[in-house]
Design a binder for this molecule. Structure first.
Ligand SMILES: O=C(O)CCC(=O)C(=O)O
Length: 481
């Protein structure tokens, strides 16, 4: 079962960049009644279209109350009773959310890299999870629309609408309906849009000095590899031609770091790029995102929170900048205040950011782009050892990460499994504290390693196991193809 057809395929942008972030635009005019009507039509169509199949699926599972609430919210929407619709759809979303929590620890319902992770009873569980997910998204979209009623929209209700669309994005990735509502809500907030100030005219030096003083600049790190394992191959800029990349790495399934890969990205601009995390707080501080708190999702203290980007910058990224480098040798028990916006479809949620990166040309030439995710976190984040079923460019925009790779051929020494939640693409071994008694072969597994630094793009062939730990505050974008 494939949900109820709410989802578009994820979309990326490969637009040319003028090396200035595109979201520092002039204020946008407020939405017109026509735009609202178009959104109303769209929501109405989706909510109506899903009423019967979702209700049948809910009733089949004895969830008549949820089905009834869905029907009532839809009826309120249809008679333009915004207050009534919000009153019913808000708790409906909350109960769908509670049900989703029983299906997976990760809100996206994914393993660290997107493999489905229903709790273990296979297809039945996954079907049910998709029902609650769709109900959640539809309820949030109803709340968003009803908060944007043109005659009564206020800053507060527009913010509530944006928060509802952000919650819908978390589960859905690119949903055209949610994108339409988010755009409408953003347009209803002229005061906030105005804060997206004109591009900075500072020089590189004064911009860096200002952001360093404010603690918002992501530090660099000059860690060097020990000689314990071979280093992953590197190619200095200028970039490899597609033909050379294909012949020397892609077809051979050989990992490689392409240096200088972000040179033409606005995101990497020294003056107004993402390295100064203030740019996110300034432009999108009021938007809500899911943050993983704690080192590892199997640690008891691991948790997920919804926070605004403003809070994330303030409570996690700025203190992490101040801590500087978190050495690899530091035992995980000592890692503090770790927060990770991990594998998030941020560029579907905030499409303005798509102008700031360029999709590596190899993706379209040698495959088909599947997903683009943001990975923004403090020093000390850990992505446990796992593999993906996509080829990947893990691209480092700011900060430094340690990456260790094991070829597919080493799989028998890596103990695939990872418990009920996994589809077998996560190793049961904790790379930082391997249990030699339980996993004796792990010690003999061969690996390569690197420090991924600003501007580096690491090609990780599909099926290659990877373990990643950040040494500083870090921003990466990965391209699965
Ligand atoms: O950077 C990370 O923490 C993990 C990245 C990753 O797993 C990926 O790009 O597939």
């Amino acid at each position: 079962m494939d949900g109820f057809g709410l989802f578009d395929s994820s979309s990326g942008s490969d637009s040319d960049s003028d090396n200035e972030p595109a979201y520092s635009a002039l204020p946008i005019p407020p939405p017109t009644a026509l735009e609202f009507d178009a959104a109303y039509e769209h929501v109405h169509r989706v909510v109506h279209g899903h009423l019967e199949p979702l209700c049948t699926a809910l009733s089949d599972r004895g969830e008549d109350a949820a089905c009834a609430a869905y029907g009532e919210a839809y009826a309120a929407l249809a008679r333009h009773d915004s207050g009534g619709c919000i009153e019913i759809a808000t708790p409906l979303a909350a109960s769908a959310w509670d049900r989703l929590q029983t299906f997976a620890k990760r809100l996206s319902g994914s393993t660290p890299d997107g493999a489905s992770s229903a709790t273990g009873d296979g297809d039945e569980d996954e079907d049910e999870r998709l029902i609650w997910r769709d109900l959640y998204i539809i309820s949030q979209d109803m709340v968003a629309l009803c908060s944007l009623e043109p005659r009564s929209v206020t800053d507060e209700s527009a913010r509530a609408a944006l928060a509802a669309t952000d919650r819908a994005f978390m589960l859905g990735g690119a949903v055209s309906l949610t994108q339409q509502l988010a755009a409408l809500a953003a347009k209803s907030l002229p005061a906030l849009d105005a804060v997206q100030s004109a591009p900075s005219v500072d020089s590189v030096e004064s911009a860096a000095a200002k952001s360093a003083a404010a603690g918002t600049l992501i530090p660099t790190c000059d860690a060097a590899l020990s000689a314990d394992a071979p280093a992953i191959a590197r190619c200095a800029a200028p970039p490899l031609s597609v033909k050379d990349f294909e012949a020397h790495y892609f077809l051979l399934k050989l990992p490689v770091v392409l240096e200088g890969a972000t040179a033409a990205w606005s995101a990497a601009s020294r003056v107004s790029g993402w390295r100064d995390v203030e740019c996110f707080r300034r432009a999108f501080g009021h938007r809500t995102v899911p943050i993983e708190i704690g080192r590892h999702h199997e640690d008891s203290s691991w948790n997920e929170e919804l926070v605004t980007i403003g809070e994330f910058v303030e409570r996690y990224l700025i203190p992490s900048n101040a801590r500087g480098v978190v050495p690899l040798e530091l035992d995980h028990a000592q890692l503090r205040e770790v927060g990770y916006l991990a594998q998030h479809a941020l560029f579907d949620q905030l499409p303005g950011l798509r102008e700031d990166y360029i999709v590596p040309p190899y993706c379209a030439a040698l495959g088909e782009l599947s997903n683009i995710n943001a990975w923004i976190g403090t020093g000390g984040t850990v992505s446990p050892l796992h593999y993906d079923t996509y080829d990947n460019f893990l691209t480092q925009v700011a900060g430094t990460k340690y990456v260790r790779l094991y070829a597919e051929a080493e799989s028998s020494k890596l103990y695939p499994g990872g418990g009920e939640e996994s589809q077998g693409n996560i190793s049961r071994v904790d790379v930082e504290r391997p249990d030699g008694d339980a996993f004796p072969l792990f010690q003999g597994a061969l690996y390569t390693e690197t420090y991924l630094k600003e501007g580096d793009a690491l090609f990780i062939p599909k099926g290659t196991w990877h373990y990643v730990r950040s040494l500083t505050t870090s921003i990466s974008v990965n391209f699965w193809f």
